[in-house]
Design a protein around this ligand. Structure first.
Ligand code: FES
Length: 111
């Protein structure tokens, strides 16, 4: 079993609560979500038709796609609103001091 490798993707101050930030980590385009429940990271590309979720909205822990209004739970990646059906990949997030780090090499949750 491989050890998680975390990489710094943002400063805590870069992403106020209730906001998101598109980041690149390795080859992955990831959406960092700062919610009241904590930090979460999911693929930034909608599983329905490839829209960038960074151009959508975050409402509590619900990510809303800008193209057709599909919705995802940013905590789990689960699709919770049509027409999105397939889940988003999720990535571990940790805060170290003032840095926000993710582990982009982790396999998608549930894989
Ligand atoms: S592209 Fe996201 S719901 Fe269609």
């Amino acid at each position: 079993m491989s050890e998680r490798v975390f990489v710094r993707v943002a400063r805590v101050a870069d992403v106020p609560k209730g906001r998101t930030l598109e980041v690149n980590a390795g080859s992955r385009n990831v959406l960092l979500c700062h919610t009241r429940e904590g930090w979460f990271a999911v693929d930034n590309v909608c599983t329905h038709a490839q829209a960038k979720l960074s151009e959508g909205r975050l409402r509590k822990t619900k990510l809303i796609c800008p193209l057709h209004g599909g919705a995802f739970d940013c905590r789990t990646g689960a699709a919770i609103g049509a027409p999105a059906v397939l889940p988003l990949a999720t990535y571990p997030v940790r805060v170290t001091g003032e840095d926000v780090e993710i582990a982009p090499g982790e396999p998608p949750a549930g894989a």
